[in-house]
Design a protein around this ligand. Structure first.
Ligand code: ZN
Length: 272
């Protein structure tokens, strides 16, 4: 059984309409960014990594309206975790805000869908006229994964797999990206489903009119069709209980859970 912590580390200010289909009239949103720490005895793993802002890389998040940020490493320090302690990182998808800090964890095995990694290599190799596809990808992150591969620190997952680590399961959920996955963790608080970017808000599951009609994202590189099937897979894994879901960009900032640490307004909450 894993103890789960949600670690907030950034916030963007952007229109809902750029994010979620059907929310074009909803104005602006302060969207929190987070990654997950899971601890089981001495074993400590992350689901996604957050991103770093150093040197020239400051400009990259600014392009995506990320107005506030704190180092994910400083947030982990608040609860006594050093980067060297992290043994595994499960990456939901390769967007910079989910994979941007992988270079900070020298001992971590990186678990990512094979299709996710290969599709970004393929997209990067296309002529410049296709560069819309890779605009949320930091090339440096792909270089870091390649380096880690030669260190034998990358596990390429091919589809759904139970127990990639004991009690940690992944489900291929394309749409937002071609090889996106969401993650299920058998935690001390029960079976929790970690969204990745399948959805940004509960409304995408429950329907804008509370009619159960799924709403896709407006910022995907995969298809709407794939997104809706992936949202349905996510819904199935909730086993009828929406409290089993952890949304990584939850605008309510995981208010159902206690805050166990706070630094400069950014929170660590414990899933209990
Ligand atoms: Zn994303």
């Amino acid at each position: 059984m894993w103890d789960l912590y949600i670690i907030e580390y950034a916030c963007s200010h952007e229109p809902w309409g750029g994010l979620v289909n059907g929310m074009e009239q909803e104005g602006m949103v302060d969207l929190p960014f987070s990654f997950i720490l899971a601890c089981h005895g001495e074993r400590k793993i992350l689901i996604d990594s957050g991103f770093m802002q150093t040197g020239s890389r400051n400009e990259f998040p600014l392009k995506f309206s990320v107005t506030q940020w704190i180092s994910p490493i400083r947030m982990l320090e608040q609860i006594g975790i050093a980067p060297e302690d992290i043994q595994d990182i499960v990456i939901t998808h390769a967007h910079f805000d989910h994979m941007g800090a992988i270079g900070e964890f020298p001992n971590a095995q990186i678990h990512i869908q094979k299709r996710e990694l290969m599709s970004w290599y393929e997209a990067a190799a296309l002529p410049k006229r296709f560069s819309h596809l890779t605009k949320i990808i930091d090339p440096e992150n792909l270089r870091q994964v390649l380096d880690a591969s030669f260190d034998h620190r990358v596990s390429l997952i091919d589809g759904d797999k139970d127990n990639i680590l004991p009690g940690v399961h992944v489900r291929l959920a394309p749409g937002h990206t071609l090889g996106h996955q969401f993650v299920i963790v058998e935690s001390s608080a029960g079976r929790k489903v970690i969204s990745g970017d399948c959805i940004y808000t509960h409304r995408q599951l429950s329907g804008h009119k509370h009619d159960g009609v799924y709403a896709p994202l407006n910022n995907a590189t995969g298809s709407v069709w794939d997104q809706l099937i992936s949202i349905d897979r996510l819904n199935d894994e909730l086993l009828g209980d929406k409290t089993n879901l952890i949304i990584q960009h939850d605008v309510d900032r995981w208010k159902e859970y206690p805050v166990v640490a706070e630094l400069e307004g950014y929170r660590v909450v414990k899933v209990v």
